[in-house]
Design a protein around this ligand. Structure first.
Ligand code: PMV
Length: 357
């Protein structure tokens, strides 16, 4: 009896043009396109093993060793169903000699090597690893199935997850089709395109976040007038600027647009009723340090040295280049001393070289 099992892992991605707002909450279709950088090293990663077996009596999932219910109609159930459907359509119905493993129930075990739901995009790596491991289990791999096709499924788990199916620099095109068939992730450039780029993760707090991205987005869509301006007049131009900056390895534009878009997203959160605050005093202090660092460098005609960005939580991600990484770590650690191994109310800092080995 064959063993049907596959393990895949997917890293977190951190958006430089933020996704915030859904135009379709069931299919998870966004109100704007977004662009992110997938972190490639081992610090922030989900690893998922899936197994299909005729003896299983229902689909089951364990998250960090604890069983999680797969509720009917949930995003989890949707992702599992959609990958099984792809297996049936592309393999089992085309070739009768292929085993019909899509008919078996699956057991799935997933681990995050970092705090879950602390504004460190655990849902992005989690759903990307889940879809990717099921795709390997079912032989839905290139050239038969591209990461973009899998991104259509991961998107229905958690929007930002669709971008974690590629490494490097990734755009999620919002698309216009009502069925979501063109709302998918595409590669802008592989990580190797900009090898001297680093992401520095500053864990300000590993507490679970206050307002989930799902309820926060819904409230913003319903109440914020600023969001409408952002969608129509801000993001489209920034997407084009950012893609060009990445293609040209233009760090000044990359940094300027990254910080502007983080600010714009948090302004939109504040413009929500009731307002949403994701950053705390430490987050704002880190912004002040980076702004001052860049001001001094720009005054000397040397360009930007670092760019901060914040998701739906207080933790900072700082993008910087090889030449500046040591100085930036020293600066952050000197302003925000940390106790080793203890993140809570302290600042843990770790670096990610995008194309490191
Ligand atoms: O995919 P979600 O529902 O976790 O939303 C993520 C939203 C942000 O992280 C704030 C921005 C982004 O584009 O990743």
């Amino acid at each position: 009896m064959a063993l049907y099992e596959a393990t895949s892992s997917a890293p977190v991605n951190i958006a430089v043009i933020k996704y915030w707002g859904k135009r379709d909450t069931k299919l998870i279709l966004p109100t704007n396109s977004s662009l992110s950088v997938t972190l490639s090293q081992d610090h922030l990663r989900s690893t998922t093993t899936s197994r299909a077996d005729p003896s299983f009596e229902r689909d089951r999932l364990w998250l960090n060793g604890k069983e999680d219910e797969i509720k009917p109609g949930s995003r989890l159930e949707t992702c599992i169903r959609e990958v099984k459907k792809l297996r049936r359509e592309l393999i089992e119905e085309k070739d009768a000699s292929q085993p019909k493993i899509s008919q078996y129930y699956v057991h799935i075990a997933s681990y995050n090597n970092f705090p879950t739901a602390a504004g460190l995009a655990s849902s992005a790596s989690g759903f990307a690893a889940l879809v990717s491991s099921l795709a390997h289990l079912y032989n839905l791999t290139p050239p038969l199935v591209s990461p973009s096709v899998l991104s259509l499924i991961a998107r229905q788990g958690s929007g930002s997850a669709c971008r974690s199916l590629y490494g490097g620099f990734v755009a999620w095109n919002k698309g216009s089709s009502p069925d979501g068939s063109d709302s998918l992730a595409v590669e802008v450039a592989p990580a190797s395109h900009w090898p001297n780029m680093h992401a520095l993760i500053c864990v300000v707090s590993d507490d679970k976040k206050g307002t989930s991205s799902t309820s926060g987005m819904q409230r913003t869509v319903e109440t914020s007038t600023l969001l409408q301006h952002r969608i129509k007049h801000v993001v489209p131009e920034r997407m084009a600027l950012m893609e060009k900056a990445i293609q040209e390895r233009d760090f000044d534009t990359f940094a300027r647009v990254t910080m502007a878009d983080s600010n714009s997203f948090h302004a939109v959160a504040l413009d929500t009723e009731p307002p949403i605050f994701y950053m705390n005093d430490v987050s704002r202090a880190i912004i002040a340090v980076i702004v001052e660092l860049n001001r001094i460098s720009l005054e000397q005609g040397k360009g930007y040295r670092a760019a901060y960005t914040y998701d739906a939580g207080p933790n900072a991600v700082i993008y910087t280049l090889d030449k500046d990484i040591k100085d930036i770590i020293q600066l952050i650690v000197s302003f925000f001393p940390q106790k080793e191994g203890e993140f809570k109310d302290n600042l843990g800092v770790f670096g990610e070289q995008l194309a490191g080995n």
